[in-house]
Design a protein around this ligand. Structure first.
Ligand code: ZN
Length: 140
């Protein structure tokens, strides 16, 4: 789904990180699509490094992809220590962009390169950090 320049008055369509996470809160994984060359950015950028355009449209992605590489974190930063060990990976989305993210596996499931994943969203922890909705990946 694309939102056009005529929507810009709403202020919601600018390719900012804030708007990216606002969409996450609505359960939508959105990319900024360069109006000139069509390159996708997740998360968004304000300037396309390929053609130097600053005009973007939001494009909703399918959220499906394959795990390209991953790492299991055993010694986590303080904010995430309670969740360790956990998996972070780089997911090649079927829309053609790579997106790093946490991979949440069920009991007995192991991360495997090439496994099919789908995006999911979680609300911010009450009183915790971060204070915005997050995306994550889980087995498809
Ligand atoms: Zn471009």
């Amino acid at each position: 789904m694309e939102e056009t320049a005529s929507d810009r008055n709403s202020g919601e369509v600018y390719p900012t990180i804030e708007n990216f996470y606002k969409f996450c809160g609505q359960g939508r994984l959105m990319a900024a699509k360069c109006d000139r060359c069509g390159r996708l950015f997740v998360p968004p950028r304000v300037l396309c490094p390929d053609c130097y355009s600053s005009n973007f449209k939001w494009l909703q992605l399918s959220g499906r992809g394959k795990l390209q590489t991953y790492s299991t974190i055993h010694v986590a930063p303080k904010a995430f220590a309670a969740q360790a060990p956990y998996v972070v990976g780089i997911v090649r989305l079927e829309d053609g962009v790579n997106l790093p993210g946490r991979v949440v596996l069920g009991k007995g499931q192991e991360a495997k390169i090439g496994m099919d994943l789908v995006v999911d969203f979680e609300s911010p922890p009450v009183g915790g950090w971060p204070r915005w909705p997050r995306y994550l990946f889980k087995p498809a």
